[in-house]
Design a protein around this ligand. Sequence first.
Ligand SMILES: [Zn+2]
Length: 212
Amino acid sequence: MLVNYLRCINYEPVPEITILYFDPDECKAELLDSLIVPGKYDPKKRIVYICEPLVEDVVSELKDKFSKSYSELYFTYREIVRLHEHIHACIHQMLGACWEYEPYVDEPVTEFLCYCVIKHVAECEENLPNLFLEVFEKIDRIRPYDMWKDVLDIKVNGVRTEEICERTNWDLKLIFRVFIDALSAHPKNFNDLRCILEKYDRWYALCPMEII
Ligand SMILES: [Zn+2]
């Protein structure tokens, strides 16, 4: 369901495969290969994989942090994993042949964009439970996945990213365009990304006047 919101930025969802039994080849991130993660996007096959046993492991850990049922947490967390992997696929689709994966750029940006989608959904859908946001904010992360908060602090032409997002009501079209633009300049690390965004002045042109 969160993935459906990516359609408003013209994402054509790629196929998704659920792995029901732990498979060390399918249940690990290809380019951060010491890391076991619950989801994976395979850019060669253009397929998203969700590794169910690992989703269940994380949910068992989350159980102590929330007074929610296992199934509520399970469906919430699984949806966040799906969103993350489909955002990788979405970035790949938008950049096409320009796509290059740099974990210390792509993972923080992907997590940051996940956060933007969840905030956007929370703004648009008043009745939607805010468990997505709560779970997203409380998931334990290691580098580079925990760097999404650093993206909120980057100053895009003098204005904090988070402030731009708030001012534009978490407008996904605008946010994705700015970040896809920045990624198309092939930042080699997080500092490169920061430099590209600090000089980025086109977001003003993308906004309606009353927001600026
Ligand atoms: Zn990822």
